[in-house]
Design a protein around this ligand. Structure first.
Ligand SMILES: CC(C)(COP(=O)(O)OP(=O)(O)OC[C@H]1O[C@@H](n2cnc3c(N)ncnc32)[C@H](O)[C@@H]1OP(=O)(O)O)[C@@H](O)C(=O)NCCC(=O)NCCS
Length: 331
């Protein structure tokens, strides 16, 4: 999914507004129906104010979503976000705010928004983002929260996939222990032979050798293994690998081109989705044109990660001791 975010050219509002209204009307029809003239009469003067911003989300030439906001003093005021239904639940919301929070001025203290009292979806999202109800204005509830907490939700893409080095040895070993202590079915997914190593140094060396056909152990497909490192504090949040091909009895049937594992304490923050997104970029750079990604039928989180990154379900196949779902991503 290749979506671009851009600030709208406010001199072109006349041409833009009908398209934006169509998205809004489709989304809000059942909650708080809006009339075109009423909406335009409210939005046009608001957008004429210098502080009011309109951001567009585009896929090719189409507008698939938009967001209005303004900053007043130390407050970030979210006015209206609308995504076309087919883009909801795809991780776009998170990617958008991750981008937007980097455009906003530093030093913000408060985030605020209104939600229609009947719009339970919006109310849930705002609560999930750490905002709480702090008043009401007619049918609309006023929500407020701490900006720093809010921003933290959208930092998943501030990670980098890098080859493991000695500098990360201690954290690698801690990471391995957390995997061993976890109750995950799929321990060490995407982590190469980390389970079998006696030290981080041994793993780092194995990863290095495994990356080229010349040094890779016999019978194994060369692959890169990356640690996903958070820029803010240098912590490893996950590990993912990239197998150079799947011309192999297991990989070609149910193993696929890559795997990933996110540290138990770092889950539900979008890291797996971002790790896969960055890994797919590496696949492209390698010249792969389509990759197979798989997960157990009983792993809804992994399935969601694959779908978030454009995976298309192909079929179910028997795996080691579970049924495996196969997906393909066209690059
Ligand atoms: C699968 C795994 C990588 C997901 O990591 P994560 O960083 O929590 O994933 P994300 O935060 O990117 O979440 C992706 C989506 O899955 C959803 N999700 C997370 N856990 C879920 C669960 N238990 N059930 C259903 N959905 C779940 C999230 O809500 C999110 O949806 P959204 O994008 O619509 O908001 C992680 O649970 C893990 O490491 N598990 C063990 C190893 C493993 O199974 N690897 C995959 C092998 S195929």
């Amino acid at each position: 999914m290749n979506i671009r975010f851009e600030y709208a050219d406010k001199t072109r509002l006349e041409a833009l507004l009908p398209g934006l209204f169509a998205i809004l009307r489709d989304n809000m029809g059942n909650i708080a129906p809006v009339e075109w003239e009423a909406w335009r009469a409210q939005v046009q003067p608001a957008l004429a104010k210098a502080a009011r911003q309109l951001v567009l989300m585009r896929s090719g030439g189409d507008i698939v979503g938009f967001f209005q906001y303004y900053v007043s003093g130390e407050t970030f005021m979210m006015e209206e976000i609308q995504l076309k239904p087919e883009y909801q639940g795809t991780g776009l919301f998170g990617r958008f705010f991750s981008w937007l929070t980097r455009q906003l001025p530093k030093g913000l203290k408060t985030v605020a928004a209104y939600a229609h009292a009947d719009n339970h979806k919006s109310r849930n999202i705002l609560t999930h983002l750490g905002l709480h109800e702090a008043g009401a204005d007619g049918a609309y509830l006023y929500f407020e929260g701490d900006y720093a907490m809010f921003e933290k939700h959208f930092q998943a893409d501030r990670i980098r996939l890098i080859e493991p080095t000695e500098a990360y040895a201690e954290d690698i070993w801690q990471f391995r222990q957390e995997i061993l202590d976890s109750t995950d079915e799929d321990k060490f997914a995407g982590c190469g032979n980390l389970a079998d190593c006696q030290s981080a140094a041994e793993w780092i060396e194995a990863v290095r050798k495994g990356a080229s056909a010349a040094t890779c152990p016999e019978g194994r497909v060369p692959s890169n293994v990356y640690i996903a490192v958070r820029e803010e504090d240098g912590k490893i949040v996950g590990v993912t690998d990239l197998r150079h091909h799947i011309d192999h009895p297991i990989l070609g049937t149910w193993g696929g081109h890559l795997g990933y594992y996110v540290r138990p304490g770092e889950r539900h923050k979008g890291y797996a989705t971002e790790m896969l997104r960055q890994n797919l970029q590496k696949c492209r750079e390698r010249g792969l044109t389509r990759v197979m990604i798989t997960c157990s039928r009983d792993n809804p989180a992994s399935e969601k990660v694959i779908l978030n990154c454009g995976g298309v379900f192909e079929k179910e196949v028997p795996g080691d001791d579970t049924i495996i779902k196969r997906f393909w991503v066209e690059l």
